[in-house]
Each structure stands twice: as C-alpha cells, then as structure tokens.
Design a protein around this ligand. Structure first.
Ligand SMILES: Nc1nc2c(ncn2[C@H]2C[C@H](O)[C@@H](COP(=O)(O)OP(=O)(O)OP(=O)(O)O)O2)c(=O)[nH]1
Length: 182
C-alpha cells in the first residue's frame, strides 16, 4: 500500500489500472510560488514542494509516499494547467500541428529508499480539427490537465509520432514506478 500525495484523478486511475494499491491524500502546495520558468526546473521544484509538504504531514513510517508533477513545454514555453477556457484554447492552438513535450517528475520515498525521476514524452501532432477542438474545450475536459491536453483522449487521433511512455504524458511514469515497487 502506498500514499498517493496527489489530488489528481488521472494519477489515481493510473495506479488503479496498474493494480497498485494506494490511498490518496492531496496537498496544497502553491505552484505559483515557484520563480523559474524553465519547464524541467519548474516541474522538479513543484514536485519537491509537494513532497516536502506531505512528508512533513504524513512521514513514511506507515507507508511510502509518492508525489508527482507534470508540465508541458511547446516552442520553449512552459504550459501548466489552463487558467480558463480561453487559456486552454491558446495552449491547444499552440500545440496543434506542433511538437510538444510532457515532463513528469516523480518522488517516491519509503523507509528503505528515496527515488526521484524526471521523464519526458514528446509528441508530434498533426493539426487539430477545429470543430473537435471547440467541442473538447466547451466540454471542460481540457481543464485540470497540464497544457490542456489529453493524450489518451482528445489528442489521440492527431498523434503523428511519440517518443516516451504514455503514462509519463498522463502524469505518472508507471513503468518506472512498477520497477521500484518490485
Ligand atoms: N487524463 C489526462 N490527464 C493529464 C494528461 N496530462 C496531464 N494530465 C493531468 C495529470 C495531473 O492531474 C495534471 C497536471 O497537473 P499537476 O501535476 O499540477 O497535478 P494536479 O494539480 O492535478 O494534482 P497534484 O498536484 O498531484 O495534487 O494534468 C493527459 O494527457 N491525460
């Protein structure tokens, strides 16, 4: 049993779909406190901030703690979760027909070990269909997701090429997590 230190329904689904038993306790780390705009540094600092908050609160005596953060970078820009639907549209238009990378950092700590990983999955998308994109935006599914994208959902038909794990792009590199849980 592990503690998923996250509010993310996607991360919970990834663990559940992979048969990893967990309880979920999200934190309140303020990512706006992070100064850097370098995507990889931002992602690491966000993960570290989330970890420190939840490690102080729960420790790892009763079970290991897992936290993660994901950001998207496209044309060198750091894309976090969209602030509103207009912001989501801007992010999607930027990534349509473009190359985009999802960076996910993960910190896992048990009584025996601490593991930190930063993984990247890079996509090349063909242009998004405008009507489909409008429907996706008005559905609100684009909210609460780094870069407003859903690689297993809206983006799937537009993937021209991919390098890296889909789980990394969804918010938790479960292939690596399973290796350390063995
Ligand atoms: N379903 C889906 N979710 C995605 C995808 N890419 C990113 N996400 C989600 C995973 C995370 O919930 C969210 C990224 O935001 P954060 O890393 O800040 O996590 P969040 O604030 O949701 O929860 P947490 O900080 O862990 O409490 O976006 C995707 O392609 N599909």
């Amino acid at each position: 049993m592990i503690r998923l230190g996250s509010n993310s329904p996607t991360r919970a689904k990834i663990l559940k779909d992979n048969g990893i038993e967990f309880i979920q306790n999200g934190g309140n780390f303020d990512e706006d406190s992070i100064k850097t705009t370098n995507p990889k540094s931002f992602c690491y600092e966000a993960t570290k901030g989330k970890f420190e908050e939840l490690y102080k609160k729960y420790g790892v005596e009763d079970m290991p703690l897992l936290v993660a953060d994901s950001v998207v970078t496209c044309n060198g820009e750091l894309l976090r979760k969209a602030k509103d639907l207009d912001d989501a549209r801007r992010m999607l238009e930027l990534q349509s027909g473009n190359k985009t990378s999802v960076i996910t950092c993960m910190i896992y700590k048990s009584k025996k070990m601490e593991y930190i990983d930063i993984s990247i999955t890079t996509y090349k998308f063909v242009p998004f269909d405008k009507t489909h994109m409008d429907e996706y935006i008005s559905s609100g599914e684009c909210m609460g997701k780094a870069g407003a994208i859903m690689v297993e959902g809206f983006c799937k038909p537009y993937i021209k090429s991919v390098k890296g794990y889909e789980s990394t792009a969804m918010g938790l590199c479960v292939e690596k997590l399973k290796m350390i849980l063995k």
